[in-house]
Write a new protein. Structure first.
Length: 151
């Protein structure tokens, strides 16, 4: 079951990771991007914590977006040049929790935009949307939180 966790101000984030351009929606290319990124996980200069971020950003208005598999870092200037960096400012977000198998994540995203945001009378704001995975255990990411900027 997925629920709205909260409306809150998210902290500013500095992220570093692998980036690619994909059609909006599920894509095998996104899975491949994560496979290329995971060997970097835990080895990026200045990495903060054990969370990973799946970031949808740079929507082109023609059905494509950039997607970034990333971690939080303390300083974008310390990140190796082969990785992409992205700074997300503080903003208001709606946070949704996905508690099912990762194979049903796209269904959660669909319901956020088609059901839950309209029912809450929230409007999506410009800016990156992202999933937060916590890799603090050996069991994989566990629960996934989805952050959507709103007005």
């Amino acid at each position: 079951m997925t629920t709205t966790l909260a409306l809150r101000q998210s902290p500013a984030l500095v992220l570093a990771g692998r980036n690619g351009t994909f059609p909006i929606g599920p894509s095998d290319g996104i899975r491949e991007l994560w496979e290329r990124f995971m060997p970097d996980f835990g080895k990026i200069a200045g990495q903060i914590g054990t969370r990973a971020y799946g970031v949808c950003h740079r929507f082109d208005g023609r059905g494509h977006m950039d997607y970034m598999a990333a971690v939080e870092v303390g300083n974008a200037g310390e990140v190796p040049g082969y990785l992409h960096t992205l700074i997300i400012p503080t903003r208001k977000v709606a946070v949704f929790r996905h508690e099912g198998d990762i194979s049903t994540l796209s269904e959660t995203w669909r319901r956020i935009f088609e059901e839950w945001l309209p029912a809450a009378k929230l409007t999506v704001a410009d800016g990156p949307q992202f999933e937060v995975y916590d890799f603090s255990s050996d069991d994989g990411p566990g629960i996934i939180d989805i952050h959507i900027p709103v007005t």
